[in-house]
Design a protein around this ligand. Sequence first.
Ligand code: SAM
Length: 203
Amino acid sequence: MNNLDKYWDKIHLKYNSTYDEWLNKYINLFNQNDTIVELGCGRAYCSNYLFKNKFKDITACDFSKEVLKIINKENPNLKTMMFDMSLGLPFKDSSINVVIADLCLHYFNNTTTNYIIDEIYRVLKPNGYLIARVNSANDKLHIPIDAKELEKNLFYDGQIYKKFFNQTDLNTLFKKFKICYMQEKNMSRYEKPKILWEFCLKK
Ligand SMILES: C[S@@+](CC[C@H](N)C(=O)[O-])C[C@H]1O[C@@H](n2cnc3c(N)ncnc32)[C@H](O)[C@@H]1O
């Protein structure tokens, strides 16, 4: 695990953010009993939003013990799971209706990213959705300054990877999925404005 969970523990103990309503437009696609998994949930803004909207089977997942402690305290009724998604997803084939992944799929090298996307595809039911946001290659304000650019738009600072995607990268990465929605957007949830890709894909 490379102690990356501890790296994220420290970040979660220091920073907080808010839910910026990006998921609202998708919830009409879901049924109240759908099995929904949020990967890299952090403070579980998305899971808590779905929970408040009466979705019954939501699991907020992260590998940071500290953030899971915080969200369990804030909402003891929200189901949580602790695992490192780079080692695979602990769910059966074709068992999940919706996977949500907000700003958590861009912290891996290309091999691991491909593996995680294959895993998401494996666990989704036919017609299941992956709804996610990732760094855009146009997000110049969040490029890490002390990191080495290993290849175009993939940075590594000796501990953590940060990948910035362009449209071609996404088309290649998600070639097995049907694209329902994909758009580059601005987000103002962080201190500096952020440019990201938001997408809704169907298995
Ligand atoms: C930038 S934060 C986003 C958190 C949340 N989705 C949000 O948008 O507020 C990235 C999250 O991914 C989690 N994460 C990073 N690498 C992970 C891994 N290998 N397995 C599980 N979670 C991971 C971190 O702990 C963190 O909560």
